[in-house]
Design a protein. Structure first.
Length: 98
């Protein structure tokens, strides 16, 4: 669940304020710093890639209203609206896992 919330926060940030590919942005959550860059592929497609100080790497593709990619080697997929709602909420989020 924690990984989903971080992923959701990154996706929500990227839909609001995309950075150029050369700019690294960062934020901290529960003592972990996340550094990432956003690359605009087209008007409706962005790639967010980066790492956490804990060593976890992530790569997310935001295409239209969908987000997919990997976080620490695990596949993720959700909608941008789910990401925005999860990032704004303090309520627990249930995520299916295998």
């Amino acid at each position: 669940m924690k990984k989903f919330l971080i992923t959701a926060a990154l996706a929500a940030i990227a839909t609001v304020s995309p950075a150029s590919a050369k700019d690294m942005s960062s934020f901290s959550h529960q003592g972990v710093t996340y550094k990432y860059s956003v690359t605009n592929i087209s008007d409706s497609k962005r790639v967010i890639s980066g790492f956490a100080t804990s060593g976890s790497a992530f790569r997310l593709v935001v295409s239209g209203d969908r987000v997919s990619g990997t976080v620490n080697g695990m596949p993720v997929s959700f909608t941008v609206s789910e990401a925005k709602n999860a990032a704004a909420s303090t309520a627990p989020v249930t995520v299916a896992s295998r």
